[in-house]
Write a protein that binds this ligand. Structure first.
Ligand code: SF4
Length: 467
């Protein structure tokens, strides 16, 4: 049976709550209500915040970046790293004064932190001025929670995870106009031993391809030039659906849509990255020539402890196939340094893998213990200071590789999607292989595909528009 059930009753119910809030809130605040949405963490959270803003907009809210100016302050949180959690608590703490001055302001916490029972308990006890706490499975019920709180309900804590549905058709307010997120699946079944995501985001479930295609078509019609397909493990897309689809087939369908746009995707798991997918990337002209493929460790012993279900040899073979098959391909990755039980010899294997692949850049992390995961129980004898030294060694090696790769691009010409300003009459854009180039130009070039020649590499690639 498919896990997907679009529930029209839920949408009708939420529509009714949205209508009621839109009538009530201006009476309470004596003005058009204002919301401040603070987003922490990964692209999935950014995408979820776009849905939250869509609902708020429909309820009549405008937006501010300043909590002090807001009638509704929301923290959409991340649970992946310990220090990020503490930062969120620091931010929540600043609303205490705000609530003292304007008690009708509603303060809410949602996202991955909120999905954890011990975090809810901490908020319940130590942050009495937080009005709403809701988890990742019930984000779409924000209008209901807000209405109930505005009509005098007590504090609301809702973190049930028995809802595995994907709710289609809720409003959405995208942040950008050129690059847009398009979630294709949610949750993760992999249970890497260091990771909290499967516990806070639930089991893998994919959106029906027709819903994704319809959204992609709308994005293209709205003028988006880059569609970022999003999911915790995009390349296992399609599992559990009744249709004959997988991630490669989905990519081909989106690639076939008419229009001038690019397709990116993240995140991919090496164990699900098939040759079929690499062939698809090679054959689809709109798909970026860039694979973000987190390897996490170059040591087979540590990969096993991490429950990653591939070996360094599998990974290197994949990379070698992609290099042969995809012209101009570039790679980025996530790496964890100092996983429990990791020795310097294990770390050297990571370093060796980094050199063999030649990543364009790396997202590097020192292991962060997450309560509730198997790795949190593993002996971890290496000091933080020692891990810090390994970390610096890795950064140094990667910096040399990145510099050499960038220097190799000087003198070449690329089609670049101009996506932002870079200050002082300069613009910034990315190649299909995800190299970032700065060049002079007028802001009306933003959102255009331009031919750019790379003139030099200092700390960044600098070029000139030639067409
Ligand atoms: S694949 Fe592993 S690291 Fe990625 S979200 Fe799933 S459990 Fe976490």
């Amino acid at each position: 049976m498919s896990l997907i059930q679009t529930d029209e009753n839920i949408i009708a119910q939420m529509d009714s709550y949205m209508q009621r809030v839109s009538e009530l809130a201006p009476q309470i605040y004596k003005r058009r209500p204002v919301a401040c949405v603070n987003t922490f963490g990964c692209q999935q959270n950014v995408s979820d915040s776009e849905k939250i803003k869509g609902m708020l907009k429909k309820m009549g809210y405008t937006f501010t970046d300043e909590p002090i100016d807001a009638d509704f302050v929301l923290f959409n949180t991340c649970a992946v790293r310990g220090h990020a959690e503490e930062r969120v608590f620091g931010n929540i703490g600043t609303t205490k004064q705000l609530k003292r001055e304007r008690k009708e302001t509603v303060v809410a916490v949602c996202g991955c932190m909120a999905q954890q029972e011990h975090i809810c308990d901490r908020i319940r006890k130590s942050y009495p001025y937080v009005d709403l706490v809701f988890g990742t499975h019930v984000t779409h019920r924000l209008p209901e929670f807000l209405y109930k709180r505005l009509t005098g309900s007590g504090r609301i804590f809702e973190i049930s995870n028995d809802n595995n549905e994907i709710i289609e058709g809720m409003p959405l307010s995208r942040d950008g106009k050129i690059k847009g997120w398009l979630p294709i699946m949610y949750g993760c079944d992999n249970f890497c031993t260091y990771c909290i995501v499967p516990y806070v985001r639930g089991r893998e479930r994919s959106r029906a391809s027709a819903d994704i295609i319809a959204e992609a078509k709308q994005m293209i019609a709205d003028g988006f030039k880059e569609i970022m397909l999003l999911g915790q493990n995009v390349n296992s897309y399609g599992k559990g659906l009744d249709e004959d689809i997988n991630f490669s087939k989905l990519l081909r369908k989106i690639n076939a849509l008419p229009g001038d746009f690019r397709i990116r995707f993240m995140t991919s798991h090496p164990k699900d990255c098939t040759r079929e997918l690499i062939d698809t990337v090679a054959e689809c002209e709109k798909v970026e020539r860039h694979l973000h493929l987190p390897f996490q460790s170059g040591s087979n012993r540590i990969l096993k402890q991490m429950n990653r279900r591939y070996t360094r040899e599998d990974y290197l073979e994949l990379i070698s196939y992609a290099k042969k098959r995809i012209p101009e391909v570039s790679f980025t990755s996530d790496v964890i340094v100092g996983f429990p039980g990791e020795t310097y010899e294990d770390f050297l294997e990571t370093l060796d893998l980094v050199k063999q692949v030649g990543f364009a850049s790396l997202f590097t992390f020192i292991y962060s213990k997450r309560n509730g995961t198997p790795a949190a129980q593993m002996p971890d004898p290496i000091s933080r200071e020692e891990k810090g030294k390994w970390f610096s060694e890795l950064l140094k090696v990667q910096e040399q590789i990145s510099r050499a790769k960038n220097a190799d691009l000087v003198g070449r010409e690329f089609t670049v999607l101009c996506d932002s300003t870079a200050g002082e009459g300069r613009l910034s854009g990315k190649t299909l292989s995800f190299a970032e180039i700065e060049f002079e130009g007028n802001e009306n070039l933003i959102g255009k595909f331009l031919k750019v020649r790379i003139d030099k590499f200092t700390n960044l690639l600098q070029g000139s528009v030639i067409e």
